[in-house]
Every structure is written in C-alpha cells, then in structure tokens.
Design a protein around this ligand. Structure first.
Ligand code: HEM
Ligand SMILES: *[C@@H]1O[C@H](CO)[C@@H](O)[C@H](O)[C@H]1NC(C)=O
Ligand SMILES: *[C@@H]1O[C@H](CO)[C@@H](O)[C@H](O)[C@H]1NC(C)=O
Ligand SMILES: *[C@@H]1O[C@H](CO)[C@@H](O)[C@H](O)[C@H]1NC(C)=O
Ligand SMILES: *[C@@H]1O[C@H](CO)[C@@H](O)[C@H](O)[C@H]1NC(C)=O
Length: 257
C-alpha cells in the first residue's frame, strides 16, 4: 500500500475508534434483565455505560471511577454511601443496583422522586412524587438551594401526613441534603448551586445526561467541600426537625437491629 493511502487509512481507523469509544457512553435504556436502583445518579451512570449496564456485580471502585468520569463528582462525597451499599447484599465486594432499595440502609422516606417504602414503590421514578420538584421555583427556569430546601420540606410534610411508619432522623436528613446538593452541583454551577430546570428534569425523568440539550460535564470537581456552601444554603430553608432520635440499624439484606 502506498504510504499516503496507508496514512489515510490509519487516520480513518483512529477516528472511527474515537467515535466508537465515545459512543460507548451513549444513553441506552436498560433491558428487561438489567437492574436499576432508587438512585437516579447511579442509574444514569449505568444507562451511559460508566457503570456496567447490567447494574450487577458493581464494586466500590467502579462507582468512584464512574462518578468522576460521568459527573466530575469526586470520591470523598460519595464513598460512605458506596461503602454502605455493600451491606445491601451478601457478596463481599460487589453490589447490585436493585438491592439498594433496601429500606433504611441508604434508601429513605421523603424522597424527591420515589414513594416511601410503606406507601408503595420505593424503587422507580414516580411523576406524582416528582411534581413537587418539577413545579418548584415558579417563574424562573432554574432551581437553586432555596427551591431545593423548599422541596425537601414539602416532601417530608407529605410523608409525615401520609406515612405512619416514616423514618426521619438526622441520618435521612443528611442523605437528603447531600442528594439535593448533588443534583444542583452536577446540572448547575457547583459554586452557586443554580441549575437549569430542563437539565435536572431530564436527569430525574429519563436518567440521562442532557448532553443533547447543552449540558456539559462540570469543569470544577464536585467534592464534599464544594457542596458545603450549597448545603449550608439548603438546610435552613428545609426547616427540618427529627421525628425520631434513632433510626433502624440495617446491616444486611435480612438483618435489621
Ligand atoms: C455518583 C454520584 C451520585 C449522585 C449524583 C446521586 C444522586 C442521588 C439523588 C439526586 C438522589 C435522590 C433521589 C430522590 O430523592 O428521589 C439519590 C438517592 C439515592 N442514592 Fe444516590 N447519588 C450518587 C451516588 C450514590 C452512591 C455511591 C450510592 C450508594 C451505592 C447511592 C445510593 C442512593 C440510594 C440508595 C438512593 C435512594 C434514597 C432515597 O431517595 O430513598 N447514590 N442519589
Ligand atoms: C454476577 O455475579 C454472579 C455471581 O458470581 C454471577 O452468577 C453473574 O453471572 C454475574 N452477573 C453479571 C451480569 O456479571
Ligand atoms: C408499619 O410498621 C409496622 C411494623 O413494622 C407494620 O406492622 C405495619 O404494617 C406498618 N404500617 C404501614 C402502614 O406500613
Ligand atoms: C405514584 O405516587 C402516587 C403518590 O404516592 C401514587 O398514588 C401512585 O400510585 C404512584 N404510581 C405508581 C405507578 O406507583
Ligand atoms: C432562588 O431563586 C429564587 C427565584 O428567583 C430567589 O427568590 C431566591 O432568592 C434564590 N435563592 C438563592 C439562594 O439564590
């Protein structure tokens, strides 16, 4: 083969490989045998192939690497949740996404997009539950720490009114604040917590990165430290008070103390 043609061939080959490695992170809906979690973050990472698309046999390292690659979320802000996740099943070093629905391990009441365990389906997205967030911050096209705190207050009020078995201790509140800071930081400005509504809604409803709509992976790494200022704005607005002092201690799929 003459050299210019060989070079041309190699360039085309390398471009096609770039395209195919890019395409490996395209959004693909889960198949019937793939499993998903109550966490829109982990589900989105799996739907884009940053986590195994099966949703099964996932290690802590898989999760930490995927969070950086997909969201620029650093390990320090999610490692405790990832470690707790191992208690959702019996395998020593891996977890399955669907097992994360185990109530009161990480899964909690007063979620933004799922029902309470005692009220129905605590695993799948529910548009009725999500209405509170969808309709928050009326008149503008962004969510912020104020609207996130208001949504948290309203979702807890709904649980307190309808769920006689609600679990609402400092543990659940801390998780809920962190989850709100995560969606504001990833889909908005991690420094101000201002996030376009469209991006946030696509994330929750479709468990998809809104790349086609103009979202890009945050350039600023999202860390526990970066989220503290956003969380400090959310917390007073949520006007939270504990319902119980102690939460059920869930240490395994069949063991609650
Ligand atoms: C990778 C970065 C992550 C992001 C962006 C993220 C985001 C979120 C958000 C926004 C929620 C709230 C859903 C709702 O209230 O309806 C949530 C819930 C949840 N997350 Fe994540 N998360 C991440 C990492 C993790 C990790 C590492 C674990 C554990 C292995 C985890 C497990 C859960 C569980 C079990 C829930 C359900 C809590 C509930 O609402 O009952 N997440 N996550
Ligand atoms: C997950 O691990 C189990 C137990 O080793 C194995 O039977 C199963 O095939 C694995 N599933 C996937 C999707 O890797
Ligand atoms: C509340 O929890 C108790 C004890 O686990 C259970 O017997 C009861 O059925 C639950 N009620 C509801 C409405 O979920
Ligand atoms: C969605 O949540 C609402 C409010 O809790 C409930 O009435 C409805 O049955 C749920 N829908 C599904 C499909 O679970
Ligand atoms: C959030 O947006 C609303 C509506 O524009 C505004 O009133 C509120 O002050 C904002 N909150 C923050 C923390 O900027």
């Amino acid at each position: 083969m003459p050299l210019p043609i060989l070079l041309c061939f190699l360039v085309v080959l390398s471009i096609s490989q770039c395209v195919s490695s890019y395409d490996s992170h395209e959004w693909i809906a889960p198949t019937a045998s793939d499993v998903r979690s109550p966490c829109p973050g982990l589900n989105t990472l799996a739907n884009h192939g940053y986590l195994p698309r099966s949703g099964m046999n996932i290690t802590i390292t898989d999760i930490l690497d995927a969070a950086v690659a997909g969201f620029n979320v650093g390990p320090d802000s999610i490692i405790q949740a990832a470690k707790f996740g191992l208690l959702s099943g019996d395998a020593p070093t891996t977890m399955n996404l669907d097992a994360l629905q185990l109530h009161n391990l990480i899964e909690h009441d007063a979620s933004i997009s799922r029902n309470d365990f005692a009220l129905g389906d605590n695993l799948h997205f529910n548009e009725t539950v999500f209405t509170t967030l969808a309709n928050a911050n009326p008149g503008v096209d962004f969510y912020n720490a104020t609207s996130a705190g208001q949504v948290m207050q309203a979702r807890l009020a709904d649980s307190l009114a309808r769920n006689v078995n609600v679990t609402n201790t400092l543990k659940e509140f801390a998780l809920r604040v962190r989850e709100s800071a995560l969606y504001l930081s990833i889909f908005g400005d991690p420094l101000t917590g201002v996030a376009p509504k469209n991006f946030v809604q696509i994330f929750f409803r479709e468990e998809r990165l809104p790349i086609a709509e103009g979202w890009t992976r945050p350039e600023t790494p999202i860390t526990a430290e970066s989220m503290v200022p956003v969380e400090v704005m959310i917390i007073p607005v949520a006007m939270w008070a504990a319902t119980q002092q102690c939460e059920p201690l869930v240490i395994g799929p069949t063991i609650t103390l």
